[in-house]
Design a protein around this ligand. Structure first.
Ligand SMILES: Cc1ncc(COP(=O)(O)O)c(C=O)c1O
Length: 406
């Protein structure tokens, strides 16, 4: 193996709550199911500019890592928003508006096309949606609000970069910056929504609020649906980065729902500072991470697991892994340069986390064995964002993302 990748600290555990032989059960189907996916497909594929994101084959890197295949789902290409997030946030906004129209008109099955074409503008324009965000989720909710014509207020915490703030404001949302962490911003969004009569579109759930977070996750599942169309052989491993766990749960659930016990080995990936899934799976119960949880992988800087995602990932994830911030930076550079003939790929801070974990594990003999990574392995990683923050990308990679892509 000639890959130039430094040895960096990591942690890896088997999930003690994993139930690898279990069929996709009622508790999981109550969160994500075939009907929900069909609705996500009906709505999202009708949005202007929809196209499945590319699945990039990294054959050179796969060879270097001693695995059969490595497929990178390039979510940087999603709707010009550079992350997978619009699948969830904007879809949940549309579902919220469908419910508002149904309530106002008494129509049982509101056609999403009539939300998109402005038929119900009088009702839709009176709705205000809100969300807390580290950047990508808020951008997605703001983008959906603009597309459908409702009002949008987004809360961000102090660590969110000005570039990410501006990207949300440019979509016409009102952005309010607060002191404290992402989790503080989440609490504030709920409080304000209660006071003002707005609808919160969270990308995470506690046990009380489930409708919008379930919609968010169901929208993310379209990403996995696309994967099924794109892959010609079932993967053996999924390395899925987790913040609150919504994306990982949606992808893992889709593979589990369709393949039961034959599903791929699913490894959750987090930064050390915000390893709430690692800690929770280890403890066997949801466990918050407090203190300074900010990581270079900003989208993963979450201290609390989503309760809905827990229903899926507690039994559904096989292992959890902590990767170093430095591994994400190294991976961004490696991808941008292309390994052994691979095409250059633009990956953002949180976007490369799953791949960073794969490289870390595949180059460590103990981790390799524990995760059964070998020359037969077909690995899928989700490149969940591109260069959302251009300044960060340029700083880490040394070139602009356009230059890399060209
Ligand atoms: C780029 C990116 N990747 C992954 C995640 C993690 O998603 P989740 O919070 O649903 O686990 C996020 C969350 O914001 C993100 O922005």
């Amino acid at each position: 193996m000639t890959l130039a990748f430094p040895k960096l600290p990591f942690e890896l555990i088997d999930n003690p709550g994993a139930d690898p032989s279990a069929a996709y059960g009622d508790r999981q189907a109550a969160v994500l199911n075939a009907e929900g996916l069909a609705e996500a497909r009906r709505c999202i594929t009708a949005w202007p500019g929809y196209a499945p994101t590319p699945l990039v084959e990294l054959a050179g890197l796969a060879r270097e890592l001693g695995i059969a295949r490595l497929s990178y789902k390039q979510e940087g290409a999603r709707f010009g928003l550079k992350s997978f997030k619009p699948l969830g946030g904007a879809f949940a906004v549309e579902r919220c508006l469908i419910r508002a129209v149904a309530e106002a008109t008494g129509e049982a099955d509101v056609d999403p096309a009539r939300i998109l074409d402005g038929t119900h503008a009088d009702i839709v324009s009176r709705v205000t949606v809100t969300a807390a965000t580290d950047g990508n989720h808020g951008r997605s909710v703001a983008w959906g609000s603009r597309m459908f014509g409702c009002r949008c207020v987004i809360f961000i915490n102090e660590a969110v970069s000005a570039a990410r703030e501006n990207a949300i404001a440019d979509l016409g949302a009102e952005v309010r910056r607060l002191k404290g962490s992402y989790d503080d911003a989440v609490r504030h969004a709920f409080k304000t929504a209660r006071e003002e009569g707005w609808t919160v579109i969270p990308d995470t759930s506690d046990s009380d609020i489930v409708t919008a977070p379930r919609d968010v996750m169901q929208g993310y599942a379209l990403l996995a649906d696309e994967l099924f169309e794109q892959l010609d052989a079932a993967p053996t491993h999924l390395f899925l980065q987790a913040g609150v766990g919504g994306m990982a749960a949606a992808v893992a659930a889709e593979f589990w729902r369709r393949s039961d016990a034959a599903r791929p080995m699913t490894i959750l990936v987090e930064p050390k500072q915000a390893a709430c899934w690692f800690k929770s799976l280890e403890a066997g119960e949801p466990t918050s991470v407090t203190g300074d949880i900010d990581s270079f992988m900003g989208g993963l800087s979450c201290g609390e697991c989503s309760a809905l995602a827990w229903e899926i990932l507690r039994p559904g994830a096989h292992a959890a892994m902590i990767v170093d911030d430095e591994a994400a930076k190294e991976t961004m550079r490696l991808l941008a340069n292309g390994v052994a003939g691979d095409p250059p790929v633009v990956g953002g801070e949180s976007g490369v986390a799953g791949l960073a974990a794969l490289i870390t594990a595949a180059t460590d003999p103990g981790a390799r064995e524990k995760l059964k990574l070998d020359e037969e392995s077909r690995v899928v990683v989700i490149g969940s964002e591109g260069a959302v923050d251009e300044a960060v990308f340029r700083d880490v990679v040394g070139r602009a993302s356009d230059e890399v892509a060209a």
